[in-house]
Design a protein around this ligand. Sequence first.
Ligand code: GLN
Length: 251
Amino acid sequence: MNIISKRDAALLKEKFGENCQDKLRLLENGTPLAYILGEWYFYGLTFRLNSDCLIPRPDTEHIVEKAIEMLPKGGVFADLCTGSGCIAISVLKNRPDLRAYAADISENALSAVKENAAALGIGTGRLSDGARLETVKTDLLKAELSEFLPKVDGILCNPPYIKTDVLKTLETVKNEPVTALDGGEDGLTFYRRLIPRSAGILKPDGVLIYEIGYDQAADVSRIALENSLSCRIFRDYGGNDRVALMKKENA
Ligand code: GLN
């Protein structure tokens, strides 16, 4: 049983009233506060979450910052493994000129994306019909990106990147969706698969902005190089390597 902080107990009481013993018990038993509240905070916005969505992390805000800074005016980007949609929607909120595709394997996650977009005033539907955000349900390890995406100006992605063995030992993520965290035996499955395919649908001066694990900078840089991409690594608030920014070598 976990010890509950006064802050977390106060947050639950504020949302569910004084008689929320059932919610307090969930917290004591290890359910993350974000899932009990059904929402969490990211890039100054509030996002609805369900059990198929990874809880948004402050470190992931760096992808949003880079995208806001780098995507060309009027551009279209894709957010792969979108989860709650927090990356795509935060970028769209801050760059009214952009439009985006948000892809995930989970229908449940995509319903959170649509809910979040609606709550934050971003129209969903087909981009060809004038919507700003189009959701795509697909298994990104199987599908070819070109089957469902046109050429884009940017691809943002926070893929599952924790090694399968390590994941089993981590207390911090044990109540979050395994499909959003498990990066395979060496943690690199999604990078090996998605970096070459992302490069294939990128416009000549487009950018790939991927989140990486703190110890994956060398491996991801190597994968980028093998695919004729340049790669720069940026650190997170804690000083760990966290973002890989990749471009076509001649761009
Ligand atoms: N940042 C998460 C963690 O280390 C992992 C997220 C991911 O696999 N994309 O807990």
